[in-house]
Design a protein around this ligand. Structure first.
Ligand SMILES: Nc1ncnc2c1ncn2[C@@H]1O[C@H](COP(=O)(O)OP(=O)(O)O)[C@@H](O)[C@H]1O
Ligand SMILES: [Mg+2]
Length: 588
């Protein structure tokens, strides 16, 4: 798993670091002023470092050389003043970039989320939810760190070094120029280190996605893991992904651990040379004790920001890699928004014309030459073995996918001619796995649909949600728990039916809507289903043939083809596949 993931990473470097920097700068733009105040803070903070070196000269020369009596009070006052200034700068350089960073995180999260709800269904066939989740949580944080902490260090320490160098030049240009010789060497080294950091960061981020994915699967399926005693299996999977994560981290650590000593050693050699020359100058009386000490102090003060600059490469490159992976999501193509035709309310005529369909990820088509025609208000049942393509077939109607060949028509127009939102407003879907959100029953029924309380209550009554909600302490305002965990299958199903009732769309898809229920409850909610289907074109997929007997027409699917079609009586008389299925179900 690890190796495969790595290959993908190295190939997927979608844009250069420079473009990513530029694009990130775009996120900074709205907060220019705040950021500028932050930079001012950094400048003040950096200036106090050079100020500190100057203070050493001021103190030593004033006290030991000039023996100035004012030094007695000037020195403490200057010291406190210097630190107050440093404190103000420190606050500004912490608060302001933090402010900017949190705004950027929120903006990025908003944009990613917006994509997640608008990307085509097919996007989720190839991207696992763990990876997508960790982009939203982990990668955005890394961008925040890069744009705040790292940028702060980067700007402030660069300024500190410039300030100190300026002061050194002022003290002794010859020595300073000599000490700059090692500069280019260090620069080349840092560049190399940056590249490594970015590579390993990307690996870490991808492996975080895997960690989230496996953990999520385990957390979401507590029962199945226990009953199948799959704990060890899950633990092994988890160990594999965390091990990959650990190893990638260690590679980063290795780079981090090596980079510092190497850079420091080079700096130390340079420093030794400078010290040699400075000592010669001092012995020859070309430098005062204050100048000498101050020069050495400034030179020493440079090493700390230099080290921080080298260290910040890690988080900064992590941020760049994280931003690149976020921009991949933001740049993924959205759903085709369809044509310009809009429907007020469709009549509900549905036609499939010679439809062939292949999933983008699959090699072979799963639907072949499917054709049928449903008049407004007709009830078409679709039966067939599982995997025969029933769900795929009905999914083409709200355009989860588009046919590879052929057409799906609504009211005589190709579904693609309608604006996507307008098309989907005509279709309600109730499927086997009812998706409920951790909210009240009421909100789950409305699900963002602008409806009055009275309308929601009416839908709840028709779907007989009332029967069980009345037993609950808060009635329709009861919170159903994560994914409706606090309700039974039948209760969840009724909420789904109420949801579809409320939408009142002219076309209805029931995809095994009652398969999760036992026959008894199914019979109970049959009435609600009848109420739901009334006056609507309905495509009903059902496992139990008893529920489809009343359909106007039954399509029998096998391996992606419609092999038989007709009414219940016709199909029984024909004595084909349907008759076989029927005998199998009713012989006991
Ligand atoms: N998202 C997908 N990507 C690739 N293949 C899929 C996808 N969903 C379903 N399939 C395949 O398409 C075929 C038909 O599946 P489906 O329409 O769900 O059948 P049914 O609803 O009749 O049980 C199956 O072979 C299934 O493996
Ligand atoms: Mg299905």
């Amino acid at each position: 798993m690890g190796r495969k993931a790595d290959k993908r990473i190295d190939l997927k470097m979608p844009e250069g670091a420079l473009q990513t920097y530029k694009r990130l700068l775009g996120y900074l733009r709205p907060h220019k002023a705040m950021f500028a105040v932050g930079v001012l803070g950094m400048t003040i903070f950096a200036a106090t470092d050079a100020g500190w070196a100057a203070f050493v000269k001021f103190f030593l020369d004033g006290t030991f050389v000039d023996r100035d009596p004012r030094m007695v009070w000037l020195v403490p006052v200057a010291l406190v003043g210097l630190f107050i200034l440093r404190g103000v700068g420190d606050f500004m350089q912490t608060y302001c970039p933090g402010f900017v960073g949190r705004h950027i995180v929120k903006t990025l999260r908003g944009q990613i989320f917006e994509r997640y709800v608008h990307l085509p269904v097919s996007y989720f066939d190839t991207n696992t939810s763990g990876v997508l989740l960790s982009k939203l949580t982990y990668n955005t944080e890394q961008v925040a760190t890069a744009t705040t902490d790292s940028v702060t260090v980067f700007i402030r320490d660069t300024l500190t070094i410039i300030g100190l160098l300026g002061y050194l030049l002022y003290l002794n240009p010859k020595l300073t120029l000599f000490s700059l010789i090692v500069g280019p060497l260090i620069a080349v080294l840092i560049r190399k280190i940056n590249l490594l950091f970015r590579r390993y960061s990307r690996r870490i981020q991808n492996s975080m996605g895997d960690v989230t994915r496996v953990a999520k699967e385990a957390i979401e399926a507590p029962r199945v893991i226990r009953v199948f005693s799959a704990q060890d299996y899950e633990a092994r999977m988890f160990d594999e992904v965390t091990e990959h994560n650990r190893r990638s981290h260690m590679k980063l650590m290795m780079t981090k651990g090596m980079s510092n000593p190497i850079v420091q050693t080079i700096a130390a050699v340079g420093l030794a040379g400078v010290l040699y020359l400075a000592t010669v100058d001092a012995i020859n009386g070309l430098m005062s004790v204050g100048e000498f000490t101050s020069f050495i102090a400034a030179l020493m003060l440079i090493t700390a920001p230099l080290r921080r600059l080298v260290n910040v490469a890690g988080p900064l490159q992590q941020g760049i890699a994280a931003a690149q992976s976020i921009f991949e999501v933001l740049d993924a193509p959205l759903e085709d928004q369809g044509g310009r035709l809009r429907l007020e309310r469709a009549r509900g005529e549905v036609e499939y014309r010679n439809v062939e369909f292949k999933y983008p990820t699959a090699a072979d088509p799963v639907l072949h030459g499917v054709s049928f025609h449903a008049q407004p208000g007709e009830k078409i049942a679709i039966v067939g073995r599982s995997g025969s393509g029933k769900s795929t077939l009905v999914g083409l109607l709200p355009r989860f996918y588009d046919p590879t060949v052929g057409q799906v028509l609504v009211d005589g127009h190709d579904a693609r001619e309608f604006a996507l939102d307008s098309l989907r407003a005509q279709v309600s879907l109730v499927s086997q796995d009812v998706v409920l959100f951790d909210d009240t029953i009421k909100s789950n029924i409305a699900f963002g649909f602008p409806a009055t309380d009275a309308a929601i209550e009416a839908a709840a009554a028709t779907a007989r949600v009332n029967e069980f909600s009345a037993q609950l302490p808060l009635g329709l305002d009861t919170v159903v728990g994560d994914r409706g965990a606090l309700l039974s299958g039948g209760q969840r199903q009724r909420i789904a039916i109420a949801r579809a009732l409320l939408r009142n769309s002219p076309i209805l898809i029931l995809d095994e809507a009652t398969s999760a229920l036992d026959t008894e409850i199914e019979r109970q909610i049959q009435d609600q289903l009848e109420a739901l289907m009334a006056n609507r074109t309905t495509l009903i997929i059902a496992h139990r043939l008893s529920t489809v007997e009343k359909a106007d027409r039954i399509l029998v699917m096998d391996a992606g083809r419609v092999v038989e079609s007709g009414t219940h009586q016709e199909l029984l008389a024909r004595d084909g596949q349907y008759a076989v299925l029927h005998r199998l179900q009713f012989n006991d």
